[in-house]
Design a protein around this ligand. Structure first.
Ligand SMILES: [Cu+2]
Length: 456
């Protein structure tokens, strides 16, 4: 299905978004899903730094919801990126904010963030792209590349069936089949010799994608928060829920086609067993269990195919420099956040940060606006947890004490079971309360979220 695009004009992006339950043909199957404006993929919103954004949002679902503008550096208060808002069934909400003049270009996204309902609504199909056009897009080689968005989203033949089960909730629910932009194994044609820019977004509830282009290299140019300093050669890219990555692919290596594949990856340990993230989950009877207790497949699954048109020609070169990435000063404060799980009376398994489950009335951390802080995220549990912070991007400083090679702006970082990741951020521009949480949305709904208050 072609994706609708809503672009800003004369400094204003004005759009109406309606969340509703519908039936849609996704990948050749009629399935119940939740949509924005009756579509999957939902409309792609595009704006530029300095633009005003006005979204008239209507909730036609039978349950509360709201919108989060994932990764955008905008106020977390009022009717901007305020995830405390509730839009009741049948209700509406105008969201309005300005994209700061110095906002980096990048791939961001909007999705529901009403606590307790997030995983279910995202699993059902809600989550669309919000693209900021700017600095990175103006680099000549990037501008000349063929651009392809890659929305990675798994669906269930009936998401309502996937809801049950303790184990599934613990692992984080996955749909039975993986789609790319709502399609199964799309193919893309690229003129031989040209650069292809793949803009990956993992909008799944819990599923990870361990991406590769057969055995060929590709070149990272941007992470969650925008451009990195220079292209970095990769052979594999692990994308946990909420993460984005922009890569360039060379089209001059003589192959007629290349496959985008999803390689097996295990995202947790349960008593020595494995939770697989391998190839396609069997459709029949294989558990609506979120793939506990055994790897489904050790084979890579083909997600899409890129074919090259025309005679081999010598290719365009990669950009040498992208955008400078600022180095933050030494932190004024270091904090530690321990991620784990436990049992709670009447609730069963709960997911904890520093021993607590989420409470919207509690402020867990107070920080001073303008200050730089290091946050140490310690994962003492059995599951991988992608850590996400709202409002301000961060840089990963080290993983298990090993310094990170390059600086890159991120807003989701994967903290694998047993790992400790140190990140550095500056709380900037916008006062107010905002959230940090695990981006396996079942974990978030089961309490793995906290509130940071940024004080002016
Ligand atoms: Cu988690």
């Amino acid at each position: 299905m072609a994706q609708a695009v809503e672009r800003s004009a004369d400094g204003l992006l004005q759009v109406r978004l309606e969340a509703a339950a519908s039936q849609l043909n996704v990948a050749g199957q009629e399935i119940p899903i939740f949509t924005y404006n009756g579509q999957f993929p939902p409309p792609r919103l595009e704006a530029s730094p300095g633009d005003r954004v006005r979204i008239e949002f209507h909730n036609r679902l039978d349950e509360p919801t709201n919108l989060h503008f994932h990764g955008l550096h905008i106020p977390p208060t009022g009717n901007a990126d305020n995830t405390f808002l509730e839009v009741a069934p049948g209700g509406s909400q105008r969201y309005e904010f300005t994209i700061p003049e110095d906002h980096p270009a990048g791939t961001f996204f909007y999705h529901p963030h009403y606590h307790g309902w997030v995983a279910h609504q995202v699993l059902a199909g809600l989550g669309g792209l919000f693209v900021i056009r700017g600095d990175l897009d103006e680099i000549q080689e990037v501008q000349q590349a063929t651009e392809q968005f890659v929305i990675l989203k798994d669906f269930a033949t009936d998401f309502r069936d996937v809801s049950g089960g303790h184990m599934a909730m613990m692992a984080g629910r996955e749909g039975e089949f993986v789609t790319v932009n709502g399609e199964i194994r799309p193919s893309w044609r690229v003129p031989n010799g040209e650069l292809l820019r793949l803009r990956f977004v993992n909008t799944s509830n819990a599923r990870f994608y361990n991406l590769a282009l057969d055995d060929r290299p590709f070149y990272l140019i941007a992470t969650d928060g925008g451009a990195i300093a220079q292209p970095r050669e990769l052979s594999e890219l692990l994308l946990s829920p909420g993460e984005r990555a922009d890569v360039l692919v060379r089209g001059d290596e003589g192959a007629a086609s290349v496959n985008l594949v999803n390689r097996p990856y295990s995202r947790g340990r349960m008593g020595g067993g494995m939770m697989g993230n391998g190839g396609g989950m069997g459709r029949m009877g294989r558990g609506r269990m979120g793939r506990m207790g055994g790897r489904e497949s050790d084979e890579a699954e083909v997600l899409a195919t890129i074919s090259y048109d025309g005679d081999p020609v010598s290719g365009r070169s990669l950009p040498r420099q992208l955008r400078p990435v600022d180095t933050l000063p030494e932190p004024s404060q270091t904090r530690r956040f321990v991620f784990n799980h436990g049992m709670a009376r009447g609730q069963g398994m709960v997911f904890l940060i520093n021993g607590k489950t989420f409470d919207g009335d509690r402020t867990d951390v107070q920080v001073q606006l303008g200050q730089v802080e290091d946050w140490e995220i310690v994962n003492e549990g059995m599951f991988d947890h992608p850590f996400h912070l709202h409002t301000n991007p961060f840089q990963v400083m080290s993983r298990n004490g090993q310094p990170e090679r390059d600086r890159a702006w991120k807003d989701v970082v994967l903290v694998k079971a047993g790992e400790t990741v140190r990140l550095r951020t500056r709380f900037q521009d916008f006062p107010g309360r905002t959230m940090y949480h695990c981006h396996i949305l079942d974990h978030e709904d089961q309490g793995m979220m906290g509130i940071v208050e940024m004080q002016a």
